[in-house]
Each structure stands twice: as structure tokens, then as C-alpha cells.
Ligand binder design. Structure first.
Ligand code: ADP
Length: 159
């Protein structure tokens, strides 16, 4: 079984993330979309809210699972018997950020391969950081967030 994990903060999940996961379905038998929890980091959405949003996005896809982990991404991948880490790249800055992390991961877990997919021009400008600003100021999130979570975000942040 070709299993990949797709790790991230997903604070919140955006159309950029869903595009990468759905394209990844052509490459892997199973993808585990996993929220990496860093106890020192402050998030906009709680872990429970982020997981609820991921589940809403992928409930129709039996080979996409949702999970979370603390600690090292490579340890989580090993625990889940995944051989691949899926990551999205929007621009050269993403690669600059990713490369040192990936080199360290390769040093620690040479058996794991990272597979990058370039985002499409439609989603390359979307980041969770910008979406959070839009939400804070009650802007339009349609076209930035998956339709499945728009009402949920409105209910918890705009109510
Ligand atoms: P992290 O905290 O690991 O950066 P994110 O939730 O921001 O977590 O991102 C998780 C993964 O999704 C990363 O590989 C990131 O590059 C990718 N990603 C984020 N936004 C987009 C986008 N708009 N298009 C493609 N990939 C994206």
C-alpha cells in the first residue's frame, strides 16, 4: 500500500491544501492528512475545529484519513507505516523554507521520500495566514476556503 502523510497546521485548511491532497490521490492508495500540534504555537482555530474542518472536506473520500500528532513528523509517518510525505509548493520561498527541514528529515529517516506538487496558478496565492486575516475582518472567504467549511467558519468566527 502506497501511503503518504500530508502534514500541516491547517489553520484553517484552504483550497490550496485540498487541491494538493486531491491531486495526490492519483499517486497514493491512502493519504493521511495530519495536523501537526506544536504546543508552543498559538493557533487561530482549536485543534478540534481544525480536525472538524478536515473531516468535513474529506468525508466523501474513503482513502483520505484525518489525524493529528505531536512530536516529529517522521516518527508519525513511521508509526502510520507511511513511506511518503506529501507537500505543496507555491513558490520558490516555499522551497527555501522546506529544504533544510527536508534535509534533516532525510538524515533522520532515509527511508521516507518527500513528494512535492506545485500548486496551480488558481491556488498559489492562497495561504492560511492571509485567509485568517480575511476571516478576522469578516471578508469573503469563498474561493479561498473549501465550500464544505464556509458555513462552519461563519458560525464560529462571524456569529
Ligand atoms: P505548515 O505549518 O507546515 O506550513 P500549512 O498548513 O501552512 O502548514 O501547509 C501544509 C502544506 O500545504 C505545506 O506543504 C504547504 O506548502 C502546503 N500549502 C499551503 N498552502 C498551499 C497552497 N495555496 N497551495 C499549495 N500548497 C499549499
Amino acid at each position: 500500500m502506497r501511503r503518504a502523510i500530508f502534514p500541516g497546521s491547517f489553520d484553517p485548511i484552504t483550497l490550496g491544501h485540498t487541491e494538493i491532497v486531491l491531486r495526490g490521490k492519483a499517486l497514493f492508495d491512502e493519504i493521511i492528512v495530519a495536523v501537526g500540534v506544536n504546543s508552543a504555537k498559538k493557533y487561530f482555530f482549536s485543534l478540534e475545529e481544525r480536525i472538524n474542518m478536515l473531516e468535513a472536506c474529506f468525508s466523501e473520500h474513503p482513502n483520505i484519513k484525518v489525524d493529528y500528532y505531536t512530536g516529529l513528523t517522521i516518527e508519525f509517518a513511521r508509526e502510520k507505516e507511511a513511506s511518503f510525505i506529501l507537500r505543496g509548493l507555491r513558490n520558490p520561498q516555499d522551497l527555501t523554507y522546506e529544504q533544510p527541514i527536508e534535509l534533516i528529515n532525510k538524515h533522520m529517516a532515509p527511508e521516507l521520500e518527500v513528494v512535492h506538487l506545485l500548486s496551480s496558478p488558481k491556488t498559489a496565492m492562497i495561504s492560511s495566514t492571509i485567509v485568517r486575516e480575511v476571516i478576522k475582518y469578516k471578508g469573503h472567504v469563498r474561493g479561498l476556503l473549501p465550500d464544505e467549511i464556509i458555513d462552519y467558519v461563519h458560525d464560529i468566527k462571524y456569529a
